[in-house]
Write a protein that binds this ligand. Structure first.
Ligand code: ATP
Ligand code: MG
Length: 424
């Protein structure tokens, strides 16, 4: 027997259904906000991530599934979505379509991390990118959309944490200041940070080992007037759209391309893997990858972690509404035709095997969770009818002509008591 790879998992029902519901809700929110879907490849040239995400970042330096293919090309499974979206934007001249630059994607990402609860080697992200808009209205809109999406999905108790990393100018001055500090305090740093401070001193602030101490002691970034104005305005606009948030100057997202506004959504209910979403502005990335000057902002939600938060919530009822049974061998064809008619009328319906005994089919029918069993036996066959047996609630069994069955079932379903299924 061959097992799955460590950190790669099968998503089984009902969890797989939870994923679908989250993705469906996200699509609905994206439609409300004018976003269109981009389906980008899972494999890209490794170079794409090295140049955009950055070669000193954890996800590129340590976690990437990269390999050389048969033709000697260096290839990587995407560890995140933004580089691919930016590549697609440039390669397909999407900036010249006159559209609004708003794109979303849904798909698997791959990172060779230590697997644990909420951390897998293949996981699903829902991401949004808004390319070509420098205004704080774009920041406030995208963060509002993110919060509304999580609400619609049914996630509760999350907090939005916000910071600004400033523009290239703010960072240039800060880089020198921080580098001097890190050089002087080199002995206190972890080995990987020691090795990379000259290449990327800011990375130390995001280090899981050194970050917390540095957040307290290291010199702080001071924003230029334009960046201060942008950050203040973003927060004012978030107030207008009713999004609660906290500023945390210690929030430094670990990727190279971030500028200006960065944010995370966290949930206390997730334990140590508490980040549900990460995002921020990347005003210089499109240009640095060979595209037009196009300031941009985006985020990515971890669907696996959202699913963990929703596990105990009542799910939509996915049981079939009816279960069709052939109580006599000759009734099989009529039962099969009835099944077809029910489904054509939009009534979810199932059956087991018309060649098995009535008892066996009844047992499957009970297990299915269906509201009604529709039975065609010898008598029904003669009368061109079927018997309807309520399975969930008390009620009389009744026999009705076959052509009337779909509309009759619809009436019966309307009259069913109980809570309507939660739909998201
Ligand atoms: P973390 O600090 O937990 O490692 P991250 O900063 O690496 O998160 P991002 O690159 O911002 O994560 O990705 C966005 C979201 O994708 C995260 O907030 C998280 O919900 C999810 N995510 C990231 N890595 C994994 C993983 N290995 N397994 C499952 N979900 C993940
Ligand atoms: Mg990570």
């Amino acid at each position: 027997m061959i097992n799955s790879l460590r950190g790669f998992r099968d998503l089984l029902p009902p969890e797989s259904d939870l994923f679908t519901r989250i993705e469906t809700a996200a699509r609905e929110v994206f439609r409300l906000y004018g976003y269109q879907e981009l389906r980008i490849p899972t494999l890209e040239k490794k170079e794409l991530f090295v140049k955009s995400t950055g070669d000193t970042t954890d996800i590129v330096e340590k976690e990437m599934y990269a390999f050389t293919d048969g033709g000697g090309r260096e290839i990587a499974n995407r560890p995140e979505g933004t580089p691919g979206v930016v590549r697609a934007y440039i390669e397909n001249n999407l900036g010249q379509t006159g559209r609004n630059g708003k794109y979303f994607y849904i798909g698997s990402m791959f990172r060779a991390e230590r697997p644990q609860a909420g951390r897998y080697r293949e996981f699903t992200q829902i991401g949004a990118e808004h390319i070509g808009n420098a205004s704080p209205y774009a920041d406030a809109e995208t963060i509002t959309m993110l919060v509304r999406l999580l609400e619609k999905v049914g996630v509760e108790g999350c907090s939005v944490v916000l910071n600004s990393l400033g523009c290239a100018e703010c960072r240039k001055a800060y880089r020198e200041l921080l580098l001097n500090y890190l050089r002087l305090n080199n002995t206190a740093l972890c080995e990987p940070c020691k090795g990379r401070i000259e290449r990327n001193p800011l990375r130390a602030l995001d280090c899981k080992i050194d970050g917390p101490a540095l957040a307290e002691k290291a010199p702080k970034l001071s924003l230029c007037p334009a960046c201060t104005e942008h950050f203040t305005r973003t927060q004012e606009l978030l107030k207008i759209s009713g999004v609660e948030h906290q500023v945390n100057t210690g929030l430094v997202r670990g990727l190279d391309y971030y500028t200006s506004t960065v944010f995370e959504v966290r949930s206390g209910a997730l334990g140590s893997q508490d980040a549900v979403c990460g995002g921020g502005r990347y005003d210089d990335l499109v240009k640095s990858m060979g595209g037009p000057a196009a300031p941009a902002i985006g985020w990515a939600v971890g669907v696996d972690r959202v699913a963990m938060l929703l596990k105990d919530k009542p799910a939509a009822d996915t049981a079939p509404k009816t279960f069709v049974i052939a109580a006599a061998k000759e009734a099989g064809e009529k039962a099969f035709a009835l099944l077809t008619a029910l489904r054509a009328a939009g009534i979810s319906s199932d059956f087991s095997n018309f060649e098995l005994s009535l008892k066996s089919q009844m047992r499957s029918s009970d297990k299915s969770g269906a509201a009604f069993a529709l039975i065609i036996g010898e008598d029904e066959l003669k009368a061109g009818a079927c018997s309807i047996k309520p399975l969930k609630e008390r009620g009389e069994q009744q026999t009705i002509p076959l052509p009337d069955a779909p509309s009759h079932i619809k009436q019966l379903l309307k009259g069913l008591s109980g809570n309507p299924p939660v739909s998201i």
